[in-house]
Design a protein. Structure first.
Length: 211
């Protein structure tokens, strides 16, 4: 894989601007208007996860929050601020939590050998692994174990979003975005949409019957 040097970043930006203006002279005039994106995307900080490239979305279509291993913590003020703004002000139609195979944060949690702040950050994923240890241990290939843990992590983060006061308020007024769990198959570049355990969540009262 070829990597750009620093100077190329500025040059590429100028070329991109010229390309956009060549296609639409009013492109940046339109882009500078207040945003109204239909999607909130919560993903991993991994540099191999350029979701706009992989979904062919344009600037203004996705409101984005990223962190290591796409965590949703009810104590993370940064995440909660993004979520509140997206739901209350931008009124997004969809919330997407997206993890990926080959995730370093997931592997660190699986190994249980990370140090420093990263160790603290991935502790919730370690807990997910321990809760599902029998299932994951039954998988023979190590890479597949990690892939399954990535999926379970996404499902947990979607559940965590539903537990926030922000979504609880939206559920009460019966005006809420659809929520999706994705895993990017980084080996093939394809998005895998996970099936959410909606019947279980509805039984528990986590989400409304209309969810």
């Amino acid at each position: 894989m070829k990597y750009h040097n620093y100077e190329e970043l500025i040059e590429n930006n100028r070329a991109w601007v010229e390309q956009k203006l060549g296609l639409d002279a009013h492109y940046f005039e339109q882009l500078s208007k207040p945003q109204k994106p239909p999607f909130l995307y919560i993903g991993c900080s991994d540099s191999r996860m350029p979701i706009d490239t992989m979904t062919r979305t344009e600037p203004g279509e996705m409101f984005i929050h990223r962190n290591i291993a796409n965590q949703v913590s009810v104590n993370d003020i940064n995440l909660l601020s993004v979520l509140e703004f997206a739901v209350e002000t931008l009124q997004v139609k969809h919330i997407i939590v997206c993890g990926h195979y080959g995730c370093g944060g997931v592997e660190a949690a699986f190994n249980g050998a990370s140090e420093g702040l990263v160790a603290n950050w991935v502790t919730p994923i370690r807990d997910i692994f321990l809760r599902h240890k029998n299932e994951i241990d039954s998988i023979e290939v190590r890479s597949r174990k990690l892939d399954r843990l990535s999926e379970l992590n996404v499902l947990q983060q979607v559940e965590n979003i539903c537990k926030t006061s922000i979504l609880h308020k939206a559920f009460q007024r019966n005006s809420f975005p659809r929520i999706h769990g994705w895993v990017l198959d980084i080996y093939h570049g394809q998005i895998k949409e996970l099936e959410l355990p909606l019947s279980v969540w509805k039984e528990r009262g986590l989400v409304p019957s209309a969810f």
